[in-house]
Ligand binder design. Sequence first.
Ligand SMILES: Nc1ncnc2c1ncn2[C@@H]1O[C@H](COP(=O)(O)OP(=O)(O)OP(=O)(O)O)[C@@H](O)[C@H]1O
Ligand SMILES: [Mg+2]
Length: 215
Amino acid sequence: MTEPHSGAAMTSPQAVRPAQAEAVVPTAARMRSAGERLAGLLRAGDLVVVSGPLGAGKTTLVQGIGAGLAVRGPITSPTFVIARIHPALRGGPDLVHADAYRLGSRAEVDDLDLDADTDRSVTVVEWGEGLVEDLAPGYLHITLRPAPPPQPAGPASPTAGSASPGAEPADLVDPAGGTAVPEPGDEARLVTVTGHGDRWACAAEAIRQALAGHP
Ligand SMILES: Nc1ncnc2c1ncn2[C@@H]1O[C@H](COP(=O)(O)OP(=O)(O)OP(=O)(O)O)[C@@H](O)[C@H]1O
Ligand SMILES: [Mg+2]
């Protein structure tokens, strides 16, 4: 994985370790809930880069972010359109949702003029790793990957807010609302959220709580 280029602050002796949190998200419904809660941390000017293989659930997560920001939908996987602006319905920031899958270079990113909207929007870019990180002074990097198989039952308790696909139904109740009862096709994802730059330097606990499902 490419380490993002975020300038001198990352390499200076005073560089702060990026704020990071991780959780297993067992269903698509819970991925949307996680996005909704993470939206509570976002404000105009923020940049979010979402990484993960094809079909990992990136757009599903962005749908949750859109719901949390209360923007006009629907949020879909773009086919021909690479970036869409979803206007705020209740006065918060707009959501700019871009999919950089078909973009091969920084020049093509520049052609999208994403920076024209970044100040008044939350900008979320799928497949943007290595291409868009410098659109804002800091960014939230969310990585989705297949979750490792659940641990056999034992005395160790799972990380707060995570739930394995084999968990008891009571463990699958999302504290932020809704349940995580698996639908056909649901597969657990390991979600890692890393905040880069001063904007996120003190946000580790807030990110952890948002991911874990605590209000
Ligand atoms: N735990 C999960 N989290 C998110 N989506 C899940 C999960 N389990 C199953 N899914 C399903 O996986 C699919 C993910 O599709 P989605 O379009 O969100 O992926 P994507 O990463 O954006 O794909 P692409 O790489 O094409 O942009 C959806 O059909 C969703 O219902
Ligand atoms: Mg997508």
